[in-house]
Design a protein around this ligand. Structure first.
Ligand code: SF4
Length: 279
């Protein structure tokens, strides 16, 4: 993965409230959003309502990449470029059972890492990156994953998107990592249009009301993965169908808003030291 971008200060600090509690968006916040927002076919109240529904549907969304700590989350995200989460999980179960710290991963060595992840695209380059970033974390960061963007983006294979995922998922910061699903949704429903991930990220950061940004990344990814799919969106089960302005929309009625389990479908992170059957 060769995504490199200059560090900026677009990420906001973590809020004291969780998204689910932030439903009544303050008037001042709405006014600020309105003043800064780009021209989109949604009023600030409609944007807030969209994210309020996402918050009710998934109060505590999390990554579908299996991991046991921040380091293994970082490795999983580095491996996930051009790959599905399920494909990454199949490879990392055995790998993380053998090495779940920078020290252990560095000791495992590039050849062993490459062998463990050979089912993953670009596995040679990714093995080299994982080996090298493990050594850097061991030698320069005391075996810890750094919490600042510049240090993260200085690691091999780590660009803006990966740094955003780590800052958001591991450290609770209000960042938005734009992947293929978020890029598609931003443009399809015209809520944060842009040709590049950076433009779409900027658009979302300008319009998402305070209190919702902490989980917006996962809400949008899961919405894109399971409902607003690339080939044909499942508008009849979409909770924002009545608000959506997508040209492809084929159903105007919002699906009933029900809370989903906190955890996404599929295998969950392994507890420290645990090993899956067959792993
Ligand atoms: S109504 Fe259809 S196009 Fe609009 S967000 Fe929902 S699934 Fe996507």
């Amino acid at each position: 993965m060769a995504e490199k971008a200059p560090a900026t200060k677009r990420a906001r600090k973590a809020p004291s409230t969780c998204a689910g509690q932030a439903a009544p968006v303050a008037k001042a916040v709405r006014a600020k959003a309105r003043a800064k927002a780009p021209k989109i076919p949604y009023a600030p109240d409609e944007v807030a309502e969209i994210f309020r529904r996402f918050a009710v549907q998934r109060p505590h969304p999390t990554s579908e990449l299996e991991h046991v700590n921040t380091f293994t989350l970082l490795v999983a995200v580095v491996l996930s470029a051009q790959m599905t989460d399920a494909g990454v999980n199949r490879a990392t179960r055995a790998l993380f059972a053998r090495a779940s710290t920078p020290e252990a991963m560095a000791a495992l060595g590039e050849d062993e890492i490459r062998e463990a992840i050979k089912s993953i695209g670009f596995f040679r380059t990714k093995a080299k990156n994982v080996q090298r970033l493990s050594e850097i974390l061991r030698d320069r960061h005391g075996g810890e994953v750094p919490r600042d963007r510049a240090s993260l983006e200085a690691l091999p294979g780590v660009g803006r998107k990966t740094a955003n995922v780590i800052l958001n998922t591991a450290f609770g910061e209000e960042t938005l990592a734009v992947d293929t699903h978020i890029l598609r949704i931003g443009n399809r429903i015209k809520i944060a249009p842009g040709k590049t991930p950076e433009a779409v990220e900027d658009g979302f950061l300008k319009i998402i009301p305070d209190g919702f940004l902490r989980h917006a990344h996962h809400w949008l990814i899961l919405h894109g993965r399971f409902v607003c799919k690339a080939r044909k969106p499942d508008c009849e089960v979409c909770i924002i169908a009545d608000l959506c302005r997508a040209d492809e929309k084929w159903c105007d009625t919002a699906a009933p808003l029900v809370a989903l389990p906190d955890a996404p479908p599929g295998p969950q992170p392994l507890p420290p030291g645990a090993k899956r059957p067959g792993g």
